[in-house]
Design a protein. Structure first.
Length: 355
C-alpha cells in the first residue's frame, strides 16, 4: 500500500479538474436512466446483505413524500439509510486517509478538492430542498406533519464532495482500494438522485429538470423557479434567499411596494426592497420629504417595512430627469449631511452632479 506525504505541482494542478468533474455530476439536470438507477440501488442492498427491494420511481422527493408519507416515517428508512452511509462512505474515506502520512495533507485534500463544491451542492441537497420540503409538506397536511429532517434519506449528490476526494486519490495517487466497491459508489452517485431506502422498497427520485444560479453560484431565478422538478414541484430563490411562490413566480420588475406593508419576515422584506428598488418604493409608498439641497431630497418612509426607519437620499438628474435613490442612516437630519455620507465625507459644494 503506497503512502504519500506531499503532492507534486502536477498533482495539485489536477485538483480543480476533479472538483469540476464531480460538480457537473452533482448539478446534472438530465433525467436518470431508471434501469441503471435500479441496478445501482440493488447492488448496494446486496452489498449490505439486505433483501432485494422493490424499486419505485418518482419525479421529485415531494412526490414520494405525498405518496408514502406515513410509511416514510417508519424506522426501516432511518436504519437502512444510516447503515448504507456508515458501511460505504465512511470505510472508503477511512481507508483512503490511512494512506496519507501527514494529517495536514488530509486537511489540504478536503479543503482544496471540496471547498468549491460546498456552497452550491450542500446548500441545495443538504439544506434548501429538505427545509422547503418540510415546509411544503407541513402546509399540505398538518395532521401528518412529517419533519423531513428526521427522515434519513440518501442524497448521492451530497456525496460528491467525498467522491471527488476519493476519485483523485485513487486515480492520481494510485491509492489502494477495492475497485468493485468504488464502482458501486460511483454508480449510485452518477445514476440516482434522492433515495428513500426501506426494508422492502427503495424509492428513487429523479433529478431536477432545471437548476438556475446567479453569477455567484447562489440559487437564483426571476419570475421562474430556481429548482424545478418534472412533476411541477418547484423552489423559488432570489440570490440565494428562498421565496414563497407568491413572490417567486412574479418577475421583480412587477413586485409591488405595497407588499412591504404586510410582509412580516425581515429577510423577505430585505429581498423585496432589493428587487423593487428604493426609487419605486419612494414613489409608490409616498415618502415624506424632510429636506432639500439642489437636486437632492432627503426622504423618510413612515410605514413599518423594515427593522429601522427608512431614510433615502433621492437624486434627480437635471438633464435626463432620471431619479435614483440611496438608503442612508436614519440619523441624517439634512440633505447636505446625507450627501456627505454618500460621498465619503466630501462636501456637496466640492463636486458637480454627474449627468
Amino acid at each position: 500500500m503506497s503512502q504519500i506525504e506531499k503532492l507534486t505541482p502536477e498533482q495539485e494542478a489536477l485538483i480543480p479538474v476533479y472538483r469540476e468533474k464531480w460538480r457537473k455530476i452533482a448539478l446534472s439536470t438530465e433525467r436518470i436512466d431508471r434501469k441503471k438507477a435500479a441496478e445501482a440501488v440493488k447492488s448496494v442492498y446486496k452489498f449490505m446483505g439486505f433483501d432485494e427491494p422493490e424499486i419505485l420511481f418518482f419525479d421529485s422527493p415531494y412526490g414520494a413524500l405525498k405518496e408514502f408519507s406515513q410509511q416514510l416515517d417508519k424506522s426501516p428508512f432511518n436504519q437502512n439509510a444510516d447503515q448504507i452511509e456508515e458501511k460505504i462512505i465512511f470505510p472508503i474515506k477511512h481507508h483512503i486517509q490511512s494512506q496519507i502520512l501527514r494529517e495536514e495533507l488530509t486537511i489540504f485534500f478536503n479543503l482544496e478538492i471540496i471547498v468549491k463544491l460546498i456552497d452550491v451542492i450542500a446548500l441545495i441537497f443538504d439544506w434548501i430542498i429538505p427545509n422547503q420540503l418540510n415546509q411544503d409538506y407541513k402546509n399540505l397536511n398538518e395532521e401528518l406533519n412529517i419533519n423531513i429532517f428526521s427522515l434519513n434519506y440518501i442524497s448521492p449528490e451530497g456525496w460528491v464532495r467525498d467522491a471527488s476526494f476519493i476519485d483523485f486519490c485513487i486515480s492520481e495517487l494510485n491509492f489502494d482500494f477495492s475497485q468493485q466497491d468504488w464502482l458501486m459508489l460511483q454508480n449510485l452517485i452518477k445514476n440516482c438522485s434522492w433515495i428513500f431506502p426501506d426494508e422492502k422498497i427503495a424509492i428513487i427520485c429523479d433529478r431536477p429538470i432545471h437548476l438556475r444560479f446567479d453569477n455567484e453560484n447562489r440559487l437564483h431565478a426571476e419570475g421562474e423557479p430556481a429548482i424545478e422538478f418534472a412533476d411541477g414541484y418547484s423552489i423559488y430563490s432570489y440570490h440565494g434567499v428562498i421565496l414563497p411562490e407568491k413572490y417567486g413566480k412574479i418577475h421583480p420588475q412587477q413586485w409591488q411596494a405595497e407588499w412591504l406593508l404586510t410582509e412580516t419576515n425581515a429577510e423577505l422584506r430585505r429581498v423585496l426592497i432589493q428587487g423593487i428598488g428604493y426609487s419605486r418604493i419612494c414613489q409608490d409608498l409616498q415618502a415624506i420629504e424632510l429636506d432639500n439641497w439642489a437636486e437632492y431630497t432627503l426622504l423618510k418612509i413612515d410605514n413599518n417595512i423594515d427593522i429601522e426607519p427608512i431614510y433615502l437620499l433621492k437624486m434627480t438628474c437635471p438633464s435626463t430627469g432620471f431619479i435614483h435613490a440611496l438608503r442612508v442612516p436614519p440619523d441624517m437630519v439634512s440633505a447636505r449631511e446625507a450627501i456627505r455620507w454618500v460621498n465619503w465625507g466630501l462636501e456637496p459644494d466640492d463636486f458637480i452632479i454627474e449627468t
